[in-house]
Design a protein around this ligand. Sequence first.
Ligand code: CP3
Length: 356
Amino acid sequence: MSDSGTRAGSSKAKPLCRALAGERLARPPFWFMRQAGRYLPEYRALRARAGGFLELCLTPELAAEATLQPIRRYGMDGAILFADILLIPHALGQSLDYREGNGPVLAPVRDAAGLAGLDACRVEARLAPVYETVARVADALPGEVALIGFAGAPWTVATYMVEGGGSPDHRHAKRWAYSDPAGFEALMDLLVRATIDYLAGQVRAGAEAVQLFDTWAGSLAAPEFDRWVIRPTARIVAGLRARELEVPIIGFPRGAGLRLADYVRETEVDALGLDTGTPAAWARNALADGVCLQGNLDPQLLVVGGEAMLAEARALRRRLSGGPHIFNLGHGIVPETPPAHVEALSEMLRDEALEA
Ligand code: CP3
């Protein structure tokens, strides 16, 4: 992490960008994964107006509104682009449908023939509405709020593409990777290149930081973690920097556990998103000095609310107070979360500074 912490570019004054640049702030900035979504009544109304989830993601006016809804209510320091990690498979021409209650359903790609059916040429045109959403949000955001772009990391996106949706064990993706590593590598290479273009497009449109969601990083054995999590992530980080895009990159390798130190060192991300199970005090001590840590309140505490939530949030800020910290959850807000609990937590995070 030698020269990390200096890449916040023109947005250095915003608290979130300062933390990403390595600054320890008396009031750590905050945002929440899945801060837009079904727990908000105004999101449900917008979703109904859009018709479908994909339509919502790909209609800039509506996606910009979904991005801004939680900011208006709660005043977070970061707005995360409203989109989905599966827009890249969709842009590659893989059929994708979001079914109420069942999550995403895709036509599985499991071999060279499936790969040949994908069309990399149309990706940029099909993702153009997302860049327009970014530009609209960048124009509309209050001056102190940073805009965060994102993509799924290649391994996590590949699990959905190969399984045809969510799965408990990613068996088809793993079996393809073990039995035909060169074939699986071709899929991963396609995703790495599309993801660099996609994130570069978001940054050019106004994103001031980007997060790579590797939700299923923790399901891989060690050599495969190196090959399918660390290596593709390092290529994306290097690819963005080679284009001279001054953007801090947040990695979120969920479930990575003992591999977090390797992940930070070898990918050269600027910040690390901690999942719920990672002990925050351990992370502060064990990981590279100066790396910004983001996380990691249990989203279920936001369902419970009250003193249980506030006391643990305060304790978590203290555990991470030895270095740059962006307060967040350990995974996304769940739909059952009462909006009033998000308000109470946001108020505490806005109004209370750490003791010196
Ligand atoms: O507020 C935000 O965080 C920004 C928007 C965002 C969404 N998905 C919106 C969404 C982000 C950053 C994501 C990331 C995402 N999408 C991940 C990685 C993070 C994680 O949660 O682990 C993954 C694995 C996906 C894929 C995905 N999209 C699934 C598995 C599902 C179905 C499960 C569910 O929660 O419904 C989605 C749909 C989805 N993505 C919704 C939202 C608001 C719900 C769709 C609806 O409105 O019905």
